[in-house]
Design a binder for this molecule. Structure first.
Ligand code: GLV
Length: 335
């Protein structure tokens, strides 16, 4: 009889791989693989788990291809690559990696804010290309102290950014689906309406997940509210922003600039208009990409998968109610 099979599209280090190998056969596939076509039906029927990158699509077609699938463990906190409703209907547990990457993503967010206000990327070029020698000191830049930070989304990462901003004496406003009363009461940040947030922020940082409701939800209207001196920072998901509207806002000076770690299309083609704009700082989706943080993430993702398959409660689940409800399995409801 074949061993149950785990599909892997994430980088699993040897010590964790040994733990998987004790109980399961494994099959490594590329991060962007179409799992439904990459695994032939003969093997597909043995697949009990998927340990995947946030770039691996896990849609209805994929879920339907693996009749014994019990868990999809994402090597990411975001899970917009997975059809959660379809997984839940099939009683497939979905796990993610919240918590362990908050500090790294918040650090990068503050790094982008400082890089924008102090013009660090152009400053580097100014020295290297001899402009300093030829033209003297570069133009003055701006303090971040006292400038208002606006956080769209006040989850774990938003709160961590607010905490770091306190070191720079930045007043923090936020907008969230529901107010974070603790943040307001402790003085960490002040809740405001969405329009007020865009109108008052000197730095507007995006920390909402990508959902059908948030997709392309920051566009012409939001940029029209922003100050011409304000910067947009995004370390969440690129598709939350209407990028065509952002390019126009950046080209016309409607806003001062942007720091983007994420884009709607990744990897971003070098021919993209963002790459031609001098007031944009780009990163290659590296918010959590430190050795320590990625290690913590893959450890959590692997343990989530092993726990789910071993009938233990995983530390982090997207649809935990599956374990708490005794509702009949959606699979058995399927005609
Ligand atoms: C990274 O983008 C993540 O969602 O963890």
């Amino acid at each position: 009889m074949s061993r149950p099979l785990v599909l892997i599209t994430a980088p699993v280090p040897d010590n964790l791989r040994d733990q998987l190998d004790k109980h399961y056969a494994t099959l490594d596939l590329p991060a962007d693989a179409c799992l439904a076509t990459a695994v032939e039906p003969r093997q597909a029927k043995h697949v009990c788990g998927i340990l995947c990158m946030a770039t691996t699509p896990v849609n209805e077609q994929v879920l339907a291809h693996f009749p014994q699938l019990r868990v999809v463990s994402n090597f990411a906190v975001g899970f917009d690559n997975i059809d959660i409703d379809a997984a839940t209907k099939r009683r497939i547990l979905v796990c993610n990696t919240p918590g362990v990457l908050d500090a790294a993503v918040a650090d990068l967010t503050i790094g982008l804010i400082i890089s924008l206000s102090r013009d660090l990327v152009r400053g580097d070029a100014y020295v290297r290309d001899g402009s300093w020698e030829q033209a003297g000191p570069p133009p003055l830049t701006a303090d971040i102290r006292g400038k208002t930070l606006g956080l769209l989304g006040m989850g774990r990462i938003g709160r961590e950014v607010a905490r770091l901003a306190q070191a720079f004496n930045m007043p923090v406003l936020y907008h969230n689906r529901s107010p974070d009363h603790e943040a307001d009461a402790s003085g960490l940040a002040q809740y405001c309406s969405r329009d007020t947030l865009f109108a008052q922020a000197d730095f507007l940082s995006v920390h909402v997940p990508l959902t059908p409701q948030t997709r392309s939800s920051i566009g012409e209207h939001e940029f029209s509210l922003m100050k011409p001196s304000a910067y947009l920072v995004n370390t969440g998901r690129g598709a939350v922003i209407n990028e065509t509207a952002l390019v126009t806002a950046l080209r016309t000076g409607q806003i001062a600039g942007a720091g983007l770690d994420v884009m709607a299309q990744e990897p971003l083609p070098a021919s993209h208009p963002f790459c031609k704009l001098p007031n944009v700082i780009l990163q290659a989706h590296v918010g959590s990409a430190t050795v320590e943080t990625r290690h913590a993430m893959i450890t959590l993702a692997t343990h989530n998968l092993l726990d789910a398959l071993g009938n233990n409660r995983p530390q982090a689940m997207v649809n935990p109610h599956l374990l708490d409800s005794d509702a009949p399995s959606a699979q058995s409801e399927t005609p």
